[in-house]
Ligand binder design. Structure first.
Ligand code: NAG
Ligand code: ZN
Length: 284
């Protein structure tokens, strides 16, 4: 079902789709949908959001990189797991994929204080007891996605060269190629910078939009040059058009709370803290 996307998917409104799509889109009008705009002055600090433990993120592997007709996805081998971070149990990594915009336009799914980033990566993990994403999607906390925002940099991010170079070989939908000698660690910021993150309960951002995802969005961004970003826009959809603007618009919060980790102190709280200290010493 993940492959069956059409213009009916955008803007993901059930009523604009024929009845045959009802099942595919069954949860997309739910009340805990993703992505969202994270308003940092409204987030709640939660001390239980401790650092993650990353298992197998350093191991090198050969992975299949696929243009699946709606994004580019890297299949991950078994043995990569996460725990900690107030997850109730261990989750295993199954794939990562990306969301992007078009030349000169941002394309992340999540926004932070209304800011959209050039690209966003999702490392999809499922509870160890499940065999597939579709099985995990039936459990309200069956899926844990780690989300990373990209920021445009002057120079190329060399760690992404193998992936970016491989995109030329999979411009056509349903094509694939192998990335050799890569590790998950290469694609994300250094582990010590991953203690600051946002957490909320949401959904898959593609149909059937199952509300089964424990979302984690890291504050630390991944640099990528404009040239490297351009390589993604050369991929093609099944209809032959360039694969651009592959992100879902932000969804209503509907009373959900976004939490932030212990490691995170917003600039606003620093300013308040510092100015109140200065103010009280002035009074004294
Ligand atoms: C990868 O491509 C080959 C050759 O085109 C094809 O036979 C195979 O099914 C593809 N694998 C995946 C996982 O898409
Ligand atoms: Zn995604």
């Amino acid at each position: 079902t993940m492959v069956m996307l059409s213009t009916c998917m955008l803007p993901l409104v059930l009523s604009t789709c024929p009845n045959v799509w009802q099942e595919i889109f069954q949860n997309c009008n739910g009340r805990s949908q993703s992505p969202i705009n994270i308003v940092t002055r409204k987030v709640h600090r939660d001390e239980r959001l401790t650092p993650f433990h990353f298992e197998g993120y350093q191991a090198t592997f050969h992975g299949r990189l696929i243009n699946n007709g709606h994004t580019v996805q890297l299949e991950l081998p078994s043995g990569i797991r996460i725990s900690g971070g107030h997850l109730t149990e261990k989750y295993k990594a199954v794939q990562f994929h990306l969301h992007w915009g078009k030349e000169g336009k941002p394309g992340s799914e999540h926004l932070i204080d209304g800011e959209q980033f050039p690209m966003e990566m999702h490392i999809v993990h499922i509870k160890e007891k499940y065999d597939s994403l579709s099985q995990a999607a039936k459990d309200r906390t069956g899926v844990a996605v780690l989300g990373f925002m990209f920021q445009e940099s002057e120079s190329n991010n060399e760690k992404y060269s193998p992936l970016v170079d491989a995109l030329k070989r999979i411009t056509e939908p349903s094509s694939n190629t192998t990335l050799t000698g890569v590790s998950l660690e290469m694609f994300i910021p250094p582990q010590k910078s991953l203690t600051k993150y946002f957490r909320y309960d949401g959904s898959l951002t593609t149909p059937d939009c199952a509300e089964a995802v424990v979302w984690t969005l890291f504050e630390s961004t991944i640099p990528m040059s404009r040239n490297q970003l351009s390589a993604f826009y050369q991929l093609r959809f099944p209809d032959g058009k360039h694969m651009v603007q592959i992100y879902r618009p932000v969804q209503p919060l509907n009373g959900r709370v976004v939490y932030y980790s212990n490691g995170y102190i917003s600039v606003a709280s620093w300013v308040l803290l510092t100015s109140s200290v200065l103010f009280s010493s002035a009074v004294l």
